[in-house]
Design a protein around this ligand. Structure first.
Ligand SMILES: C[S@@+](CC[C@H](N)C(=O)[O-])C[C@H]1O[C@@H](n2cnc3c(N)ncnc32)[C@H](O)[C@@H]1O
Length: 285
């Protein structure tokens, strides 16, 4: 399986996460350090939060963006009005570009959905020139995302079957302290640096917060929409109480922390993946 991502509607994704990944893209680009004229690859572009922020941060030469999901590729391409940006379908574990084609490969909130995340790091390293940079960020689901924990902790209190789901959510790939840093080192990157990036997620009301999940988006959405009517009602009430925290419904703001890592591609690294992963750089992607 190349991906465990299970959001299917671009609008739902925007409300659940896209509006926040747009915020996170700014400190992530600062951390990854893009420069004028560079060729940059966005791996797992989704609806384009990072893709479209890149040319705003520097006078980028070219951005190529790939995503596994055709729904997201279509939506990101629909939004694109910049001739320097090209978006297409592709798997992070078999990136459809030749070796050393980019100055940087960046990936925002993707590696935790890739069961073989190390393979994706290998591929990002392969397509970046020696001296170029590979950078990635994932949420810290266990310790850095209280807005999601308040929901998972609530459902795990109400339903034994949610306990295992919470555990899976908290320990997705690359989320434990130093896990991504160690993977970057193991997969041949040098000068590896790790950081915590923080944004705030600001909701207008409980409905603003809960609507995409109530509609079935993400792993929690899949869970709540599978409940029988009685447990669903209990769940909605308990999550609302956790959101409101004893005050009337209204705006709430939550800190959100991501693990970020970057590393440099050393001189003389040989590509390790089979040629089938490599298409000409002039490929339509
Ligand atoms: C949480 S979204 C992040 C999207 C975007 N980078 C952002 O920050 O808004 C995760 C994205 O990773 C993509 N994805 C998951 N596994 C992938 C894989 N193996 N190859 C490419 N994209 C993948 C999903 O389709 C989804 O668009």
């Amino acid at each position: 399986m190349a991906s465990s991502f299970n959001v299917h509607s671009a609008d739902g994704y925007e409300q659940l996460m896209g509006r926040w990944s747009r915020r996170l893209a700014i400190p992530f680009i600062e951390f990854a350090g893009v420069r004028d004229g560079e060729r940059v690859l966005d791996v797992g572009c989704g609806t384009g939060s990072l893709t479209f922020a890149l040319p705003e941060a520097a006078d980028i030469g070219e951005v190529r963006a790939i995503d596994y999901s055709p729904v997201f590729v279509e939506e990101a391409a629909r939004r694109n009005a910049d001739a320097r940006i090209r978006i297409g379908q592709g798997d992070a574990c078999a990136i459809p570009f030749p070796d050393a084609a980019f100055d940087r490969a960046l990936s925002l909130l993707v590696l935790h959905f890739v069961p073989e995340a190390g393979k994706a790091v290998d591929e990002m390293r392969r397509v970046v020139r020696p001296g170029g940079v590979v950078a990635a960020a994932v949420w810290d689901h266990l310790g850095g995302l209280p807005v999601m924990r308040l929901m998972w902790d609530t459902v795990a209190m109400l339903d034994e079957s949610a306990v295992e789901k919470r555990s899976r959510y908290c320990f997705q790939p690359m989320m434990q302290p130093n896990e991504m840093r160690d993977a970057f080192v193991k997969h041949g990157l040098t000068d590896v640096e790790q950081a915590s990036l923080t944004i705030r997620m600001d909701y207008q009301s409980f409905d603003d917060f809960w609507a995409p999940i109530a509609a079935g988006e993400g792993p929690l959405g899949a869970y709540v929409t599978s409940l029988d009517a009685a447990l669903r009602k209990k769940t909605d009430t308990a999550v609302r109480a956790a959101y409101e925290a004893g005050r009337p419904d209204g705006p709430r703001s939550f800190a959100a922390v991501a693990w970020a890592c970057k590393g440099v591609v050393p001189q003389g690294v040989e590509a390790t993946l089979p040629p089938r992963a490599r298409l000409p750089v002039s490929s339509p992607l």
